[in-house]
Design a binder for this molecule. Structure first.
Ligand SMILES: *[C@@H]1O[C@H](CO)[C@@H](O)[C@H](O)[C@H]1NC(C)=O
Ligand SMILES: *[C@@H]1O[C@H](CO)[C@@H](O)[C@H](O)[C@H]1NC(C)=O
Ligand SMILES: *[C@@H]1O[C@H](CO)[C@@H](O)[C@H](O)[C@H]1NC(C)=O
Ligand SMILES: *[C@@H]1O[C@H](CO)[C@@H](O)[C@H](O)[C@H]1NC(C)=O
Ligand SMILES: *[C@@H]1O[C@H](CO)[C@@H](O)[C@H](O)[C@H]1NC(C)=O
Length: 948
């Protein structure tokens, strides 16, 4: 420590709030500034216009906050009800989908807070949510004299952004806030570009201005110095710290639109600088950006002040030492961004170390750090609009924000199921009135509707669009009209409760039948209903001919007797039918399932059928089916649907007599496969079975050589990664991992498990096929003898393989070993990580080899640059690292350094486990991270500003 200056990176400094109000000018367009709990608008000293929130939110109560001098902090809005969350919908003319914003919250409870926190450590704790994403849990010390501000960068998903507060648990502390601000951000900032590319939010852990002299009265820099109105907290130098300052203007054309003032003061190392940050989340991804300006006139040339930046001892500036003068000259801003993850205990230490030749010490003018968090998509607009209609018609206005997300903070009266939308409406005994909202019809994912015990009136709407509805409870309301026939069309309906309403008319016979057949629990007592054909059936008002229509017929005695006799007869017949049904149970009606024809197993003695049998090898009986060419023609509907073209010939889709779909490969005329190769193929393939190899089902050897394989309905990995639908519905990282695990297991079997051992030599993504269940299987192995590992090691005569996948070592020495496959498999792994083809065109349209390209970024430690953008950051970064490391090992030269396929399979499974665990962690609400201050150095991830 002797020669180094140690400073915490993020300092918590009490600021005099009066400095806030020193300018008076009109504010920027797009600023929205809410003074929570206040009932009147105001304009502050910076010209920022504040609005009251009384018209912006229905929930919560306004409370006075005592002990501060800042008028904006004089009131708070306290949410002490029991809603799952309380949301402000932030909007103005600039908020539209895709636009970037800073959302900032100011929180202070005053010196006499409205209640005592639950936790014995005396901290208020509650949750902040932005749109559908959990932003951060707040921890505010009871009775503190400082107010806290938190800010996050986010991208709007529509014409408003929800900011919500919630209790962490249903009996947790009631949340509150004092100010809420929305500021538009340009798309060019490091952090906005990062969140756009990765579909994330950037939780700001601090904007810090270093090197502010100890005697300076500048406590922070914001609007109007900063047009974007970030809060740059001054980190004041101590008496022994060395700083440089200048009054010269700084060129701030650097992309982050920095305020010139924060660069006019610079903290100087003696000669190096160490700064640290702790209590981060070990597995999260963070962005840091450090800002410099050469303001010391003594530095007049490149090379005079050069240094390196290390994060936890890892060199960050691997493309060369930092030399600000060389980059931008004197008095100009230079930003150096980086992505880092803290170590396993959540710590990061940055060292700014001068190089041996540097004349001057390292320095630092300002810094920003963001935690990058996955952004949830809002529930779909159509679902939200249906829910809004339901809220309006049932008067449920206290439910605000996204109906389903974040998980655990959706509306309590809804069940949402991940991608499939809203599955249950649970509004029994909610005391709601009005009619059954028609918008229910627009929620086709509903399986359960509970609306019993309310005051609902009107008729039951047509719900036939709710095809998967299972439970409908409308009991104990005041519904009128008939039971709509459409209810009988709901084939999945298992429970129908309509009892205790004012329903009238005939009960649809189909519903009664299903009740009788015990297919439906159907309650309808307490209404004016009648069963069809019964004499006392009053037509429903809907079917009445009108008030002046013909009255019901006079019932004569004869009719009564006749009716009674008929009634007895009906009962007797019914009993007979019932007895018959019970005692002489008929077979259930024949289902319309396709007829299943079991294929005949036609064992074939290959020896007898081919002119050129494989020498010295007794042909086994093949357990695969032989087809005639006619059968093949029928199965492929005369070769109608071509699936693709393989090395052997074209591949067609076919359907066997038993209804199984198959892929049928027909040897092309031009293909020089002779009968001998064909025999080899069938011989070999019929003996190779593994769940990750495409199975051979049969062959045909009349007129043409044909191979029949199991059909892989989901196409090839190539299609999934690069095909026309790959951008719109990208394979998730988790699926990619599963596919690679499957493929590795298949190749491991070829290399080690099967006899003869096979080297594939044409590993590429178009040869990895996926079935209905997205299980991956390898195709096109063992097409010719060439693929079988030569026992004698005799070199084959031709190189085989595909562009971009071929092992450079094999290309030069023609030595065929499993290691050749390993190389191709490594390329495949890069393809899966990067979502790019093995050879692709870079931004300047130059053909680029994926291995070299990816290696460059991995070596620099910035894997985010190469990960497939269509994953939108939705992956566990450790898991991606793992796969990248495996991929690098696969393409090692010399090939002897490459691992075994079995080892790869294990490593990939480990990567898969990491991803699954990370997904679980995201699914279960993570416990809040506690930011407990430490007097020696700051561990606070927020900015303190004095309220006094
Ligand atoms: C929510 O609070 C209200 C009163 O504010 C109370 O009547 C109601 O029972 C509470 N609901 C729950 C689920 O706690
Ligand atoms: C953000 O990402 C989307 C989709 O990747 C892209 O179309 C858009 O141009 C990006 N916006 C900015 C401002 O970079
Ligand atoms: C800049 O700081 C150094 C200490 O590191 C000091 O020696 C030098 O005089 C300062 N220069 C200016 C212009 O303040
Ligand atoms: C993480 O870094 C901190 C300081 O930078 C150090 O004290 C701690 O031991 C490190 N933890 C591990 C597991 O390396
Ligand atoms: C959000 O939507 C995009 C595009 O539709 C999708 O790629 C992404 O996976 C979704 N994010 C989440 C968290 O579901």
């Amino acid at each position: 420590m002797e020669s180094s200056s140690c400073r915490p990176l993020f300092t918590c400094i009490a600021l005099q709030a009066t400095i806030l109000w020193s300018f008076a000018r009109s504010q920027q367009p797009g600023f929205l500034s809410i003074d929570c709990g206040s009932d009147s608008p105001s304009t502050d000293g910076n010209g920022i216009e504040w609005v009251s929130d009384t018209k912006l939110i229905n929930e919560g109560t306004s409370r006075p906050v005592t002990g501060g001098s800042n008028p904006l902090l004089a009131t708070m809005r306290l949410f002490d009800g029991n809603q799952s969350k309380y949301c402000y919908s932030l909007t103005n003319s600039l908020v539209e989908a895709g636009a970037f914003f800073l959302v900032r919250v100011g929180i202070w409870a005053g010196i006499t807070p409205p209640y005592t926190p639950k936790d014995s450590d005396g901290n208020f704790r509650f949750k902040m949510i932005v749109d559908a994403t959990e932003w951060q849990d707040v921890s505010v010390q009871y009775g503190t004299t400082e107010w806290l501000t938190f800010d996050v960068y986010t991208r709007a998903q529509r014409s408003s952004i929800d900011f919500c507060l919630a209790r962490i648990t249903p009996d947790g502390d009631a949340p509150f806030l004092n100010v809420l601000e929305l500021r538009p951000l340009p798309s060019t900032l490091t952090a906005t570009r990062a969140i756009n590319a990765t579909n994330t939010i950037a939780n700001c852990l601090g904007h810090n201005d270093y090197g502010v002299p100890a005697d300076s009265n500048v406590s922070f820099t914001r609007y109007k110095f900063d047009a974007l109105d970030r809060f740059w907290i001054s980190s004041k130098a101590s008496d022994i710290d060395e700083v440089n300052t200048t009054t010269l203007a700084i060129d701030v054309s650097e992309r982050n639109e920095l305020p010139s003032r924060i660069l006019q003061t610079t903290f100087m190392g003696r000669p190096h600088i160490r700064s640290w940050y702790s209590e981060l989340k070990p597995k999260s991804v963070y962005i840091a950006e450090f800002y410099f300006a050469e303001i010391d006139p003594a530095v007049t040339a490149s090379g005079q002040r050069t240094f390196n930046i290390y994060a936890n001892e890892e060199l960050m500036n691997i493309e060369g030492e930092i030399d600000v003068f060389a980059k931008v000259g004197a008095n100009a801003a230079y930003g150096y961004p980086m992505v880092f993850s803290p170590n396993s205990t959540g710590d990061v230490t940055f060292n700014f170390t001068p190089t041996a030749t540097s004349v001057y010490p390292s320095f630092l003018a300002a810094a920003e750090v963001f935690e990058i968090k996955i952004m949830n998509n809002l529930t779909s607009a159509s679902t939200v609009s249906a829910i809004e209609d339901i809220k309006a018609s049932l008067g449920l206005t206290s439910s605000t924000g996204d109906p389903c997300l974040p998980v655990g903070y959706g509306y309590p009266w809804l069940n949402c199921s991940g991608d499939s939308g809203i599955t249950a409406l649970m509004l029994s005994k909610y005391g709601t009135g009005g009619e059954i909202p028609g918008a229910i019809k627009s929620l086709p994912s509903l399986t359960e509707i509970y609306l019993g015990g309310n005051n609902l009136q009107g008729e039951i709407p047509d719900l036939s669009s709710l095809l998967i509805l299972e439970i409908l409870d409308l009991s104990n309301n005041r519904l009128t009209g008939a039971i709509p026939d459409s209810l009988a069309s709901l084939k999945n309906l298992k429970v129908l409760y309509l009892q205790n309403n004012n329903l009238s008319g005939e009960i649809p016979a189909a519903l009664l039948q299903r009740k009788q057949a015990s297919l439906l629990m159907f309650e309808y007592s307490g209404n004016l209903l009648c069963e069809s054909n019964s004499a006392d059936c009053v037509p429903s008002p809907g079917s009445l001919p009108g008030p002046n229509g013909s009255p019901p017929k006079n019932t004569s005695i004869g009719a009564v007797v006749g009716g009674a006799v008929a009634g007895i007869l009906v009962v007797a017949i019914a009993i007979c039918i019932a007895v018959y049904c019970c005692c002489f149970k008929k077979k259930p009606p024949v289902q319309k399932d396709p007829k299943v024809v079991v294929p005949q197993e036609r064992g074939v003695e290959i020896n007898q059928r081919y002119e050129n049998p494989v020498p010295n090898k007794a042909m086994p009986k093949l357990a695969v089916q032989e087809f005639s060419f006619e059968e093949i023609k029928t199965a492929t509907n005369n070769f109608r649907t071509k699936l693709g073209q393989g090395g052997f010939g074209p591949v067609y889709k076919g359907c066997l007599q038993d209804g199984r779909f198959v892929a049928i490969k027909v040897a092309s005329n031009s293909a020089n496969q002779g009968t001998k190769e064909f025999v080899n193929e069938v011989d070999l393939l019929s003996r190779i079975h593994h769940k990750n190899l495409v199975g051979l089902l049969g062959f045909c050897n009349d007129q043409k050589l044909v191979l029949v394989y199991e059909f892989m309905s989901s196409g090839s990995l190539f299609d999934c990664l690069h095909g026309p639908y790959s951008a719109a519905s990208p394979l998730s990282w988790r699926k990619r991992l599963r596919i690679m695990v499957d493929a590795a297991q298949g190749f491991d079997y070829l290399h080690n498990g099967c006899n003869p051992r096979i080297i594939h030599r044409d590993i590429k993504s178009s040869n990895i096929l996926l079935n209905d269940n997205m299980e991956a299987k390898i195709s096109d192995f063992g097409i010719s003898r060439d693929y079988v590992r030569s026992e004698t090691g005799a070199p084959p005569t031709t190189l085989m393989g595909s562009m971009g996948y071929m092992d450079p070592e094999y290309m030069s020495n023609m030595k065929l070993t499993e290691k050749v496959d390993l190389y191709s498999f490594g390329v495949l792994l890069f393809e899966v990580v990067c979502g790019r083809t093995a050879i692709f065109k870079d931004t300047s349209h130059q053909p680029t080899n994926i291995v070299e390209w990816a290696r460059a970024s991995i070596d620099r430690g910035v894997i985010e640059d190469i990960v497939d953008m269509s994953l939108h950051g939705q992956f566990d970064v450790q898991s991606v690292w793992k796969v990248a490391e495996v991929a690098l090992a696969c393409v090692e030269i010399p090939s002897s350094k490459r691992p075994k396929m079995s080892e790869i399979s294990l490593e990939l499974r480990e990567a898969e486990r990491m991803e699954l665990e990370s997904e679980e962690r995201h699914a279960i609400d993570q416990p809040s991270v506690e930011f407990t201050g430490n007097s020696n150095y700051s561990t606070l991830s927020y900015t303190h500003v004095s309220a006094r």
